[in-house]
Design a protein around this ligand. Structure first.
Ligand code: KIV
Ligand code: ZN
Length: 512
């Protein structure tokens, strides 16, 4: 048996089925181009019978894709199969993917059809699909909760009717690796014609086991994995393509399987998907999360500086990311601090370094983020950290649908209390205008403003992140408060204090 595992990507079908992740035609075409270019073997482009839009996108994806096989999903019904046949007609390589449930629960409550009738429907649909397309895949929906004897008969029927690929979905993400591996093994031992088909996995992530289950399936003899970029998909998602590909690469010693995926395209594909859908991946997501190659603790940073393999099992470059990130924060050590300062152009002796390190620790204790510009200010402030020149005192706003909105802001600036009033297009705009009256910073622009709720409910605390940019430098600020307008002002003050500290130290950079 070959060790090649086919990657069947269903980002555009199962992935798109997750709430809020729908993509328009243009976005699907962009994503399909990326998937084709990264070496995906089969792209499941949609479910043509589901809607006119789905039909259209499968058709257009079929016209565009150059290398991969294009698949369309359909129920075991002639009209659904016809829709796929027409939608994939322009593709160079095509596959009809038909499915029906085989678990007692689904047959009784969802299909309301007797098991014997399900077997007939499998035979009818697969042989009908084979009359129109050489490549037919059959999926036994809810296979992991199906009776084994019945599942064996369903798979045998599908292969006899002409299915070249038989998919064993863990539709509800219920199985565990040992059990799923045993299920694949059982099918290989008991289905008499199993050698005529490729076994496929399709695992959902409801218990966080989709990747582990898929890999157990391959170890037991499956040779196709159905997965999605960033693991998106129904409910908790599908098996994540990047995790599967990198598991095989990183643990080839015990999992000697290969895929045709160009791993350096993993990060670009992940980014494209987040841009298209507007959903970022969680920071600690394996392979593609913002923190997947970031190190803050001193011990880890020290190890990384000596030899990256101390704390990294793959290189960020191998998955198309920039180099590892040694994030300087309150857990960082002297070695990483010294290394960073050298890259920023400082040449300190031990005494200067120790003093700067103390200032840095003091600063990092109070701030969530320490940027390179903050480090330059810290390193340059040999007489102690710059004082926070501006402090929040009070704020009153007039807000609502009858504009203009007004703000009355009181700040303490260099120890002196000052007040200003301003109008704006909304209360936040009014506050930021009042800020500009109180502290002149005409060249600075607000280059980012983000607001998020830290908890749920109408009494949630709001966190605001902002960025001010001046003379080629960016200064971020964070503010948290039960009142989102006050949180906005606190974030602005945080950024403005950093800007004022940076102004005396940082060179003017031309914006590029
Ligand atoms: O999860 C599932 O069972 C599916 C099938 C349609 C393959 O998505
Ligand atoms: Zn699914």
């Amino acid at each position: 048996m070959s060790n090649h595992v086919f990657i069947f990507d269903t980002t555009l079908r199962d992935g798109e089925q997750s709430p809020g992740y729908s993509m328009d035609l243009n976005e699907k075409l962009q994503m399909a181009e990326m998937l084709d270019g990264m070496g995906v073997d089969i792209i499941e482009a949609g479910f043509p019978a589901a809607s006119k839009g789905d039909y259209e996108s499968v058709y257009k994806v079929s016209q565009q894709v150059k290398s991969a096989t294009v698949a369309g999903l359909c129920r075991a019904l002639h009209k659904d199969i016809d829709a796929v046949v027409n939608a994939i007609r322009p593709a160079h390589r095509k596959r009809i993917h038909t499915f029906i449930s085989t678990s007692p629960l689904h047959m009784k409550h969802k299909l309301q059809v007797e098991p014997e009738r399900v077997l007939e429907m499998i035979k009818e649909s697969v042989s009908y699909a084979r009359q129109h397309c050489d490549e037919v895949e059959f999926s036994a929906e809810d296979a992991t909760r199906s009776d084994h004897d019945f599942l064996c008969r369903a798979i045998e029927t599908a292969i006899n009717a002409g299915a070249l690929v038989v998919n064993i979905p863990d539709t509800v993400g219920y199985t565990v690796p040992e059990e799923y591996g045993a299920l694949i093994k059982m099918l290989r031992n008991r289905v008499p014609n199993i050698d005529k088909a490729i076994i496929s996995t399709h695992c959902h992530n409801d218990l966080g086991l989709a990747v582990a289950n898929s890999i157990a399936g391959v170890a037991a003899g499956a040779r196709q994995i159905e997965c999605t970029v960033n693991g998106i998909g129904e409910r908790a998602g599908n098996a994540s393509m990047e995790e599967i590909v990198m598991t095989f690469r990183t643990r080839a010693d015990i999992l000697p399987f290969d895929t045709g995926i160009l791993a350096e395209k993993i990060m670009p594909a992940s980014k494209l998907l987040t841009q298209i859908t507007g959903f970022a991946v969680q920071p600690n997501k394996a392979i593609v999360g913002a923190n997947a190659f970031a190190h803050e603790s001193g011990i880890h940073q020290d190890g990384m500086l000596k030899n990256a393999s101390t704390y990294e099992i793959m290189t960020p470059e191998s998955v198309g990311r920039d180099k590892s990130d040694l994030v300087l924060g309150k857990h960082s050590g002297r070695n990483a601090f010294r290394t960073k300062l050298v890259t920023l152009g400082f040449d300190f002796d031990d005494e200067e370094l120790n003093a700067a390190f103390e200032r840095f620790k003091d600063y990092a204790d109070r701030k969530k983020k320490v940027s390179d510009d903050d480090l330059i200010v810290i390193a340059s402030s040999k007489d102690g950290l710059p004082k926070e020149r501006i402090r929040f005192v009070s704020l009153g706003v007039k807000s609502g649908s009858y504009g203009p909105q007004e703000a009355e802001l009181e700040l303490e600036i260099d120890g002196e209390k000052k007040k200003a009033k301003a109008n704006g297009k909304g209360p936040v705009d009014a506050c930021f205008k009042a800020m500009r009256v109180l502290v002149r910073h005409d060249d600075a622009i607000l280059s980012n403003y983000e607001l998020k709720a830290l908890t749920s409910g109408s009494d949630a605390k709001g966190e605001v992140n902002i960025k001010l940019s001046e003379h080629g430098h960016s200064y971020s600020g964070i503010g948290v408060d039960g009142d989102v307008i006050v949180a906005s002002v606190r974030a602005y003050i945080d950024a403005l204090n950093r800007l004022l500290a940076g102004r005396n130290v940082l060179p003017v950079k031309k914006a590029n």
